[in-house]
Ligand binder design. Structure first.
Ligand code: HEM
Ligand code: 2DC
Length: 469
């Protein structure tokens, strides 16, 4: 017999008391580890209520499959209230990230064609390849200047610039020039604003932003400042393209970028285009750069694996005769490495959906309308799902079997990450260029822990050493 919703184990009776415990455990920065702990305590399903928000949490791939079958035609995930609150406050339109229902679908279908369909990859790859080459040139220069034939640094600042340069070149079809010696202070400000925006989101996840706004709280003010900086820089870039498109009547260049393609297509309003392009630009910085940083960290810890990847890349370059699009199809271990990084350090620690029909998971009845959360971080570290989960092993992703609902770092289905194709190509191309040129090393064998800043981040700086091969 099926057990009732109220029999699901967990702490879900007193939301306020739970919020207090959560706060005492420094839960805001440990959300992912607390979820893991809860699965260890309660088993593969538990109910929870923190502050005003209630959810059912699951961990198994088979249960994830049931969840996504019940997501409906307009899948909805947990709203990140402060993000919506900012747009309401400033009267900005929602982009595809924040829209829901039919409006979301109508926008998403158009955006899919320009951003995530397989055919756009051939437009993106040459642009991203160029950024990758420039990054390598920049590192060579730094090494030369050091006079020590190596460069030891916290690469995160360089990676933020690489990521912003990459996503901008795809969105706007032109280079910002962030990898030159001189860095545009506006671009640097944009990067800082994104970090601040993520950081200030976390404390507001469980407390209504409207309340914090009324109280004149510091975190809300900083959050507004951060988004203001993001919106004004995105607007600046968008205006530039818009102005130039009206000047140059016939576009003579081959691929004009996502923004110009959307404007030429003329199927979405300019306001809708601006809203989604702003989200894409903001979503394209910390996500890929931090994933690349974790990957370099793991490769520095595993020199043999690093050699294996390098050999694969060199062989791929030879057989594809340097054609990057072809190369990407011939580097399964590089792809596996990115998946493996996201297994251990998922940018989004959970996936969530409001289910649109009743379902049964682990023999418990869950009614339609419930928020069901899949603990991605916990799933990636469960030995029943991934044998020897603590081991960084890109080869576990080779082959096409045994990955049923296990590779979910970009989400699933029609609501999955819109930036996925850009992110994957950008990260693979980066790793290809870096491994072809440098050996990556790290200082001592110290573990770097992760912290939850809305997205998962390293708790402290990671120092890496790059040496020319
Ligand atoms: C949504 C992960 C990079 C833009 C998401 C979601 C996840 C995710 C888990 C939610 C999906 C779902 O609910 O099923 C990642 C990871 C990245 C990454 C792991 C890189 C390592 C990017 C980049 C961009 C981007 C580079 C922009 C260029 C978006 C947008 C959405 C989204 C716009 C919302 C889509 C919608 O609601 O329809 N991402 N992301 N992401 N991501 Fe990413
Ligand atoms: C954070 O409990 C933890 O890709 C919450 O590029 C549930 C939650 C909801 C939505 C998730 C968020 C978590 C993590 C960051 C995600 C976000 C959806 C999109 C966003 C996963 C898991 C992200 C980073 C986007 C951000 C784009 C934005 C900056 C314009």
């Amino acid at each position: 017999t099926i057990r009732s919703f109220n029999e699901i184990p967990g702490h879900w009776k007193n939301g306020v008391a739970n919020l207090y415990t959560f706060w005492r455990l420094n839960g805001f920065r440990n959300l992912h580890r607390i979820m893991l702990h809860n699965f260890n305590t309660y088993g593969p399903i538990y109910r929870e209520k923190i502050g005003y928000y209630e959810s059912v949490n699951i961990i198994n791939p088979e249960d994830a499959a049931i969840l996504f079958r019940a997501e409906g035609h307009y899948p909805r995930r947990l709203r990140v209230e402060p993000w919506n609150a900012y747009r309401d406050y400033r009267n900005h339109k929602y982009g595809v990230l924040l829209k829901d229902g039919e409006d979301w679908k109508a926008n998403r279908v158009i955006l899919n064609k320009e951003v995530i369909s397989p055919k756009v990859l051939e437009n993106f790859v040459p642009l991203l390849d160029e950024v990758g080459q420039d990054f390598v040139a920049r590192v060579h220069k730094k090494i030369l200047r050091s006079g020590q034939n190596k460069w030891t640094t916290d690469l995160s600042y360089e990676l933020f610039k690489y990521a912003l340069e990459s996503v901008s070149s795809v969105l706007y079809g032109e280079r910002l020039g962030l990898l030159l010696d001189y860095i545009d202070p506006r671009a640097q400000h944009f990067i800082n604003c994104i970090s601040l925006m993520f950081k200030t989101t976390t404390p507001m996840l469980y407390i209504p932003p409207s309340l914090l706004r009324l109280l004149g709280s510091r975190v809300w003010k900083q959050h507004v400042e951060a988004w203001d900086g993001i919106f004004s820089q995105a607007d600046h870039c968008i205006q530039n393209i818009y102005r130039r498109m009206r000047q140059e009547a016939g576009m003579d260049r081959n691929y004009p970028g996502v923004l110009a393609s959307l404007l030429l297509l003329d199927k979405l309003s300019i306001e809708d285009i601006k809203a989604s392009v702003t989200e894409l630009m903001a979503g394209g910085v910390d996500t890929t750069s931090i994933t690349l940083l974790w990957t370099l960290y793991e490769l520095a810890r595993h020199p043999d694996l690093q050699e294996e990847l390098r050999a694969e890349i060199i062989a791929a370059r030879a057989s594809a005769q340097g054609d990057m699009l072809q190369m990407l199809k011939r580097v399964p271990l590089v792809r596996g490495a990115v998946k493996e990084t996201l297994r251990l350090y998922p940018v989004g620690v959970s996936l969530q959906r409001y289910i649109t029909e009743d379902i049964v998971i682990q023999n418990y009845h869950i009614p339609a309308g419930t928020l069901v959360q899949l603990g991605l971080y916990a799933m990636g570290r469960d030995h029943r799902i991934f044998p020897w989960p603590e081991q960084y092993m890109p080869s576990r992703w080779l082959g096409s079997e045994g990955h049923y609902f296990r590779s979910l770092s970009f989400g699933f289905g029609p609501r999955q990450c819109l930036g996925r194709r850009i992110a994957e190509a950008e990260m693979q191309i980066f790793l290809i260029h870096m491994l072809e040129n440098f050996r990556i090393e790290k200082q001592r064998q110290v573990e770097v822990r992760s912290t939850f800043d809305l997205i998962l981040m390293p708790e402290k700086p990671i120092l890496l050493t790059l040496r020319p091969l």
